[in-house]
Design a protein around this ligand. Sequence first.
Ligand code: 5AD
Ligand code: SF4
Length: 482
Amino acid sequence: MNDYINIPTTEPARQQYFMDRCHEYIEEIISTKGKAPTFYVSTFGCQMNARDSEKLTGILEKIGYTEASAEDKADFVIYNTCTVRENANQKLYGHLGSLKKKKESSDMMIGICGCMMQQPDIVEHIKESFGFVDLVFGTFNFYKLAELLYMRLSGEKKQVIEVLAAPEENVEHLPEHKKYSFKSGVNIMYGCNNFCTYCIVPYVRGRERSRAPEDIIAEVKCLASEGFVEIMLLGQNVNSYGVNFLEESEIIKANPSYSFPELLEDICKIEGIKRVRFMTSHPKDLSDKLIDVIARNPKVARHIHLPVQSGSTEVLCKMNRRYTKDDYLALVERIRAKLPDVSLTTDIMVGFPGETEEDFQDTMDVVRRAGYDQVFTFIYSMRTGTPAATWEQLPEDVVNERFSRLLELVRETSAKVTARFEGETKEVLVECVNDHMAGYVTGRMDNNILVHFEGGEDLIGQFVNVHLDKACGFYYMGTIKK
Ligand code: 5AD
Ligand code: SF4
């Protein structure tokens, strides 16, 4: 409050300044209570949110908070929310309800950020029904956590609410705390321009913005020098990388047609990086050029997540997906011709407005023909503000019954597909100690399938060869080969 004149006006210096100011408050707490206050960041939703949470965690640790083991033990809880389906919203309200008592009887603080907060009616609801929440911010200004927290800690405001309607700038070089020490997500673009008629993402994450390739390459080189071996390139639709750039780029000036295949190839060239993944691919934009790049670069994981959403051409058209059932199946064939051992996964939605039994049968047909290793299944959820929310909705019992039939088919087909490697030996990157079986660890093959096998903590972050003894649905039990 006292030295506004000295507050930097440019980023990231401004946030560094507020981290230091917040740190002074934390020092005071430490001197009166004898220990640092704790935080817990609860993340809902997709990889984008997981990545944002690593940045929130980094800022809180820089300020002086330490991480609590659970939400109800923390002095400061942040919910990084998702709003892609209504049940994600309900989950947040449930959590807030259960923290209300603790909040009233202690000096704990609650912050909410992420996609849900980008909707003005939801922010209104939070103000009315959950007035005890301390901080509310959105997807475009989450990097300002320290600045917003400072307003609350300094007593300038009791409830701080700041949500921007559109991105202002992309702030880099703030602290972050990586969940793993050997693999990391790297944003290559933000937002989405596709406006699928059911989807809220373009409204809450804004228009598509690609990062300059030199920034992405520099970030991955830095990760490699720190010992990271696996990189996941992240975007809502990585196949349209390079259509709209955020900043000037010498690489683009030299090669204006530089796009995702070129970026993927450049990332593969970085020494130290052993595996490269990417997520998510839109079928309308996945080019043959990309398939060729994957085929000639063994570092690229043999896994493509290719959301089909529906198998019916008519429904796909109403969804504004811009491909037909035949286009999709032909793409799957082209991928399999060049990447025979690829693992395909998908997202499928049941109960989109107007979906008939015949449309649903087309979806079932695609599941039988595409040979997915895993299918993420969803019941269509009406999102206010999207075109499909204004269309006539299907009866719940019809949708639930279709959903059960889809689940049954998926269970059958995926288990068979996943089992195709039984008896082979594959390279596995060990990720963690197994929570359920003492003396076991869990790793991932390059096709994204999980393997559990006997081993110790010392293997975490290492590539090991594992014999796949037995396929058990979505995963394998294996034995390490010495
Ligand atoms: N209802 C149900 N599922 C949805 N998804 C996106 N929007 C909705 C919605 N309104 C699913 C899509 C997408 C995945 C991330 O979430 O299948 O691929
Ligand atoms: Fe949503 Fe479609 Fe964009 Fe995916 S591509 S985020 S489903 S609008």
